[in-house]
Design a protein around this ligand. Structure first.
Ligand SMILES: [Zn+2]
Length: 201
């Protein structure tokens, strides 16, 4: 599996480019910004982006999604419980002193039990509300890897004091879904360095 991690934008959100080295099909997760740099990686591996998956509707994770869709034609997937937060992109941009990326059309919702894929590499969607109401994680079981969005970081968890956040819910998501994964699972957090489930548990 090709897996490139590129920190993008002023908040350095970890954008993942996951590709199948045989079919060259790919998915991009959390294209928050710096879409030119994302496309350079896509082209370097001669990938075709088939899906754009957003772990939650914070601007640093979703800000570049419309531009990436325009360039690749790939649909944008986001859990429906974050659609309301997505409608607040202008407000989110104002908080951060950023330019709003404008209107963004989501092509479909993904939630617990769904799968997303890059060719032969499939990820189970874990529904993990808490940081936001519609937060998800993507678990590549055979590859022993989880893309955790802002639910789990190396040495910390996502903040729950923003709109739609809930400490009770994030703790439940961590205990019942994320930390229930095997110890050796590599965690790719929404920001900062990689870690493992064993280390964070
Ligand atoms: Zn966030």
């Amino acid at each position: 599996m090709i897996h490139e991690i590129l920190p993008v934008g002023p908040l350095q959100c970890n954008c993942s480019i996951v590709g199948d080295e045989t079919s060259h099909e790919a998915m991009v997760i959390d294209p928050g910004d710096d879409i030119e740099a994302v496309m350079e990686i896509v082209k370097r591996h001669r990938l075709q982006v088939k899906q754009i998956v957003v772990t939650h509707a914070h601007i640093d994770h979703v800000g570049g999604a419309a531009k990436l869709k325009q360039l690749t034609g790939a649909p944008i997937l986001l859990n429906q419980n974050d659609y309301e937060l997505l409608r607040m992109l202008d407000t989110q941009a104002a908080w951060l002193g950023m330019r709003s990326p404008g209107k963004l059309a989501i092509d479909g919702s993904v939630g617990g039990g769904d799968t997303v894929k890059a060719g032969a590499h499939e990820a189970k969607v874990l529904y993990t509300p808490g940081h936001t109401e519609g937060s998800i994680c993507l678990y590549f079981e055979p590859e022993k890897r989880v893309i955790a969005g802002d639910t789990l970081f190396a040495g910390g968890i996502g903040r729950t004091d923003l709109t739609g956040g809930s400490y009770e819910k994030i703790m439940r998501s961590l205990h019942e879904s994320v930390l229930a994964l095997p110890d050796e699972t590599v965690v790719v957090p929404g920001h900062g360095p990689l870690t493992t489930i064993g280390e964070e548990r």
